[in-house]
Design a protein around this ligand. Sequence first.
Ligand code: G4P
Length: 529
Amino acid sequence: MDLKQEINRRRTFAIISHPDAGKTTLTEKLLLYGGAIQTAGSVKGKATAKHAVSDWMELEKQRGISITSSVMQFEYDGYCINILDTPGHQDFSEDTYRTLMAADSVVMVIDAAKGIEPQTRKLFKVTAMRHIPIFTFINKLDRDARDPFELLDQLEKEFGIGTYPVNWPIGCGVDFKGVFDRDRRQIMTFNEFHRGQDRLQAIECDITDTEKLDELIGEYSRRDLVDQIELLDGASFDFDIDQVRCGKLTPVFFGSALTNFGVEPFLENFLKMTTAPLARNTTEGEVVPESENFSAFVFKIQANMNKAHRDRMTFMRICSGKFERDKEYYHVQGKKSLRLSQPQQLMADSRQIVNEAYAGDIIGVFDPGIFSIGDTVCEAKHKVEFEGIPTFAPEHFAVIEHKDSLKRKQFVKGVEQIAQEGAIQIFHEPNTGMERVIVGVVGVLQFEVLEHRLKNEYNVDVIRTNMPYQFIRWIKNEEIDVSKLNLTSDTKWVQDFKGNNLLIFTSEWNINWALDKNEGLILEDFSRN
Ligand code: G4P
């Protein structure tokens, strides 16, 4: 297979959901179809103690949750699929957001009884920023669900996107009889509704075959379905692949990951509708995936996967060309040529050294501490630099101090290194040093991760004092005496370690106050490149 064919058969996507909507279950079923795992429970083995591939950190193991995002590769029907998993617990960090930067499309899993939930909202916002295709899998139809029209309406109204149901559910809960395939104008149902089987042989029946339909799903369900389909055909958006490709129209699939219903049709349609690896912007212009020249960017750094070695693993998304294991590449930010050490790819339940990988793939390399998030690795002869990865505004703040002043050095080193990995953002009050660091995080669990890591990896105990702030803004005015600003008493002035001035606020109301009372003050949202 030549370079172009290899790249064109790649599909790299992230799965997002609010916790418990069924992301892990769906991922697992996809891996089962691809033959990448043999048994359900390999991805998340709470009961069986088989740990998910992302369970590297001790803290994760203790909690039985997955803090970091991982990536899994498998083959299906000639496609080479990379699934980027995003943390599935109540909390999340910038890591989740950054993972979305490495994907070419996103699958959003929604619980049919709950509709859109808070984390779906946050993740959708970041996905929408990138204008990449978004596919919706409405899950758990085997349980009581909300009206499907209502669910579509919610997606359209809240997210401002069009919806195109690729299939339509016939009932839900104990009355769930199957789905109607809108393209083939057929229903897929079963003689008997099996639960928990890996593959089911569906019975197909034309929507016009009233007699057979009555036999299969009953007259009542048939009448209901025909009415709903008529309504749907009349009122819904037309399918338009260009709209799908730019994220303005989301193909919607109804199913039940747990009972395996609708997973295979979803996968098949999804693979056809989604895109091969996309071109990426660099300072030198766009880089197309089929370019002969290898290039990749760092989107995730995972520290201390092996405590004994203090190692870090850096994950890169290959954006163009082919990666070869023993070749020398160029690290743009470090201004150095290097060989990537022990390049690895993560399969469903194992890691393996890769000799070659292509645009669309993700590789992990051992990192002695040279890479930062957003860095570019490419060919020395064809230097490019990828556009930075946005920084996401922290929403929680705390003061962190070391308990033992003799440990100051380790404390500073630890906090700085963890900040460099992008797990936390650090600030300080003007005119103070590193004794009291103000830490900002996207999800509160990151505080616990920070404390745990400072203790375990740097041998430093810290005192954390949570702060009430929730919003952060840059002060963009170059010449300004911040101490003279008229601010509410619960607004705080902080600086980052480059000396930039920022304000942290407890409410939006206080942001508006600052703008109202200080003419000419320019505040900028924190998310930026
Ligand atoms: P997440 O990764 O999005 O957090 O969700 P996960 O797949 O772990 O699923 C959350 C719970 O919902 C699990 O049950 C899972 O079995 C169940 N679930 C997933 N898909 C479906 C579905 O299509 N129908 C039904 N009825 N349930 C579904 P749990 O009891 O919390 O966990 P477990 O003990 O089964 O692992």
